[in-house]
Design a protein around this ligand. Sequence first.
Ligand SMILES: [Ca+2]
Length: 235
Amino acid sequence: MKPIDLSLRLFAAGLVWSLAAHVQAITVSQADGFQDGTAMSWTGADTTIAADLGPTGAGDDSLRVSSTLRFTAYNQTQWSGNWTAARVTQIAMDVRHNNDSALTLWIGISRGLPMSKGTGDTYVSNLSATVPNDDQWHTIVFDVKASDFSAAPSHTDASNNPAAALAAVTQFRILHNPLRRFIGAYYEGTVLLDNIHAVPEPSTLGLASLVGTAALCWLERRQSFCVRSRLKNHF
Ligand SMILES: [Ca+2]
């Protein structure tokens, strides 16, 4: 292969990767409703689709996260990118389980891929959300401004800057741990997740929010579901 051919190939590969990353990055009012039959790039613990087990039953699919070791589910595709530019102020999601003990959920972000045992430029929400094991759906909401995150106890990057991480999220994770950590605690059980969505700041609650909320309501097929009412009633 001639050198120029290799350069062109590398350039083309880089361009494709760049375009793909741009397309897949987080967007205003982004929502994962798991209605396309896939786990939507959520991985970590074993992830599969639970058909008809979403909050509204028949026709509403959700994500089944089955944990035999550390309970962590993460996404490095559509939830990567610049959360600040996307004007995301909160992350909300629906959670249901009936395991032996309640869940203590945190969200984490990393700038660059996290390394072994949660090292790297890793951050965890300052607050957790407790989800009881009552086999009922619960909506939990996390504030996600820079002041809502702190460096993970395992953080090893010199920058220690949540704002910089929010502007360049590589990995977004949801984890269970009684303690504030970037890695999940050992937890054996199955948890259902649905409607993981980004809530934009009020200034962007125009057409984009209406479209996003309408899409969620359509997915849920019930009029009572909307972001605003859930934020009022929960958390
Ligand atoms: Ca769903």
